[in-house]
Design a protein around this ligand. Sequence first.
Ligand code: PA5
Length: 445
Amino acid sequence: EHIKLSIDKSLNFVSKEEIFKFEESSKKHLISLHEGTGKGNDFVGWVDLPSRITEAELNDIEATAKSLKDKVEVLVVVGIGGSYLGAKAVNDALAHSFDHLNSGDENPLVLYAGQNISEDYLYELTDILKSIEFGICVISKSGTTTEPAIAFRLLKEMLEEQVGKEEARERIVAITDESKGALRTLADQEGYKTFVIPDNVGGRYSVLTPVGLLPIAVAGHDIKALVNGAKSMQDYSVAAAFEENPALLYAATRNALYQKGKGIEILANYNPKLHNVAEWWKQLYGESEGKENKGIFPASVDFTSDLHSMGQYIQEGQRNIFETVISVAKPNHTVYIPEDKDNLDKLNYLAGKRVDEVNKMAELGTQLAHVDGGVPNLKIEMPQLNEFYLGELLYFFEIACGVSGYILDVNPFDQPGVEAYKSNMFALLEKPGFEEESAKIKERL
Ligand code: PA5
């Protein structure tokens, strides 16, 4: 069994022919991703990563995770963008929703830093860590990104004060380039355990490298099952015919909708554990496709919560959106709605039903309402929320993104646009080397 994509609720808006016109090109783009012959081909190392990653590499990650688990109650993952979103997506999808209230989980709690520059966030994090045994996993491919560098400087100093330099060394793991960047120099000098982010894997495609796998293993999840799931989707996306191939069909359908003026895609879920899968997906699709004045704008909602807010816009606002729903077929737990003899809330008609049955009817009712309101719907069905199907889902989104970017005729593996804010920030902060930019930007203020 694999995750499934249904496109039938889009066919009122775009014809099968308009989707199938991308059949040949999407197959060709899949081959060029595998053969490394398309745009940005020096960044396609993730394409066969699930089948290439070795047992020995996974064992090394698990062994490092174990030694951290033995020492710490909290692991702070320091990274931004592709250097933390994958780990957060998987960890939040698999964690107990109330892990922070001591759910009985023996594994360390994974927290995140370096994904913002909020002084209050860093104050409160360092304050709470004062009385906690913690470790740090610092992740930066370039090794020079400002946000994680600031957080790491603070946390490293604090950890060294708390447990001494020798012990701090044992609790810090760095994941960075093999030879370049400030973090590599620092890690080598301090003698930290390190893992390498391969040159040919960009940040947003790195969840199946140690970048994602180490924090996921520390949180107690089965990284081998996650990689197996990804491998299962890698194989399936190569073997399956177009009409059964979720990745090719997704890439084709969203491009067909885009050509019909549907410029915004909303990723919806009915399980809040998937909130951060959507955050990861937004980076993946936004950074890969949003360039050269093109691209679908990726947005996300959590249902049914957001049916009581964004639901109004989706039902009746501008008709330039389509919706992709991630639906989990089978919950991991069972809760029945109880009978109440007074029935003052008039809910006895639901008594004896599972909560999920209500959720599924909300999902179906919403889908039909949104289609009636002019919003094409796609549905991705996951049999269950576990490591294996999350691995399938992540790889499905990645490979579909590569194909979709090629259909759009952009390089899905660069992100030139993220530099603009950095150079302005450096100019404003008078970073050495930015003297000319500093002078120019000050004239604008
Ligand atoms: O997708 C990307 O490449 C970016 O989001 C990066 O992951 C992000 O900017 C962090 O970069 P680095 O890992 O070099 O610190």
